[in-house]
Design a binder for this molecule. Structure first.
Ligand code: KG4
Ligand code: ZN
Length: 326
């Protein structure tokens, strides 16, 4: 089954073609980050306009890449497509509308099935691409908008068992990075800055939050207070040491919560999903903590952040499950 996926929930305009939910045929992502950078965050009205400007050429590039890879003409490729999948939410409403309208138009024009996909299911499905991974499993979803621990009992049966009470992990990374004067989105910049060190003279307390929930606001305030104590003119070394301590604390906090979830629920497969899953300290800490007999999976870096391949993969899993049940 060949599915064309479209994703426009935030600041990436993306289209991808995936075969049978696992084989990546083409994957195009155009990021608006450079355009939003000067505002220090995504401006929703501008995001939808940028999606509108990029949508057609992103779909064209995706079809072109796939037709070259499969050795088909564009007409042959389109006739082979089984469905058009699109993110229906959660996300910025104006941005989502651009993708949904594009997908609806293509589905109507070429007489294809339209599959609406939840963005969070998409992040989970990123882990199915190019692997043989199957549920049941436990997922830590850490993105700019979400921090959740999710039980994934089948491709469609998912249940949130823990989540943040305030900021998402990605938001906390972005806010602390901004304190350090790093550009938006700060997570990858903070990661890079911290990676120049292997220890720090600073440390932050791991937040204490009940059950499997998270909170990042205290950590963010602690970073702000430390910065204020050190004065406005922070040296590079201080910034790097704060970044290092901050991301180690987040990695430890996430690992501890995931360990608690494994005490309550008996799973042996663990996946990390979402943009923050690209973080090097988290990857290192998790590889140390979740070793055999546990199996740890994360998507390749390009599939951690928003993309449409994960939407096409999730659409395949959800449509196959429905067909199987029918
Ligand atoms: O999943 P995503 O692309 O978009 C949402 O659905 O939110 O996640 C974006 C978030 C941003 O907050 C970004 O700073 C963070 O993921 N991020 C990182 C890294 N790469 C992306 N955070 C920490 N370290 C990274 N290497
Ligand atoms: Zn996302």
């Amino acid at each position: 089954m060949l599915i064309l996926g479209i994703e426009t929930s935030c600041d990436e305009t993306a289209a991808a073609i995936v075969e049978d939910g696992r084989k990546l045929i083409s994957n195009i992502v155009v990021s608006q980050i450079e355009k939003h950078k000067k505002w220090g965050g995504v401006i929703p009205e501008m995001a939808s306009r940028f999606h509108l400007e990029a949508m057609t050429s992103v779909i064209e590039a995706c079809l072109l890449e796939a037709s070259i890879r499969l050795g088909l003409s564009q007409t042959e490729l389109i006739s082979k497509l089984d469905a058009i999948a699109v993110t229906e939410g959660p996300g910025l409403s104006g941005s989502l509308l651009v993708g949904i309208n594009a997908a609806k138009t293509l589905a109507w024009l070429y007489d294809k099935k339209l599959i609406l996909v939840n963005h969070l299911h998409g992040h989970i499905a990123a882990n199915y691409i190019s692997t043989e991974l199957e549920p049941p499993l436990i997922c830590l979803l850490v993105s700019g908008g979400h921090t959740q621990i999710i039980r994934v009992d089948s491709y469609t049966d998912i249940q949130i068992i823990g989540e943040t009470l305030d900021d998402a992990a990605g938001e906390a990374f972005d806010k602390v990075a901004r304190l350090m004067g790093l550009p938006y989105p700060g997570g990858p910049h903070l990661d890079k800055l911290a990676s120049s060190l292997s220890s720090s003279k600073y440390s932050f307390k791991i937040p204490k939050v009940a059950a499997l929930d998270f909170s990042f606001s205290g950590l963010k305030t602690a970073a702000l207070q430390l910065k204020e104590k050190l004065g406005d003119e922070l040296w590079f070394q201080d910034k790097a040491e704060i970044a290092y301590a901050f991301q180690e604390t987040i990695a430890e906090f996430l690992a501890q919560k995931l360990l608690e979830s494994l005490k309550l629920y008996d799973y042996n497969k663990i996946i990390i999903a979402g943009g923050v899953a690209a973080n090097s300290a988290i990857r290192r800490r998790f590889s140390e903590t979740f070793s055999a007999p546990l199996q740890l999976y994360y998507p390749p870096l390009a599939l951690c952040t928003d993309n449409a391949a994960m939407i096409a993969a999730a659409a395949y899993m959800q449509s196959c499950t429905k067909t199987a049940l029918a």
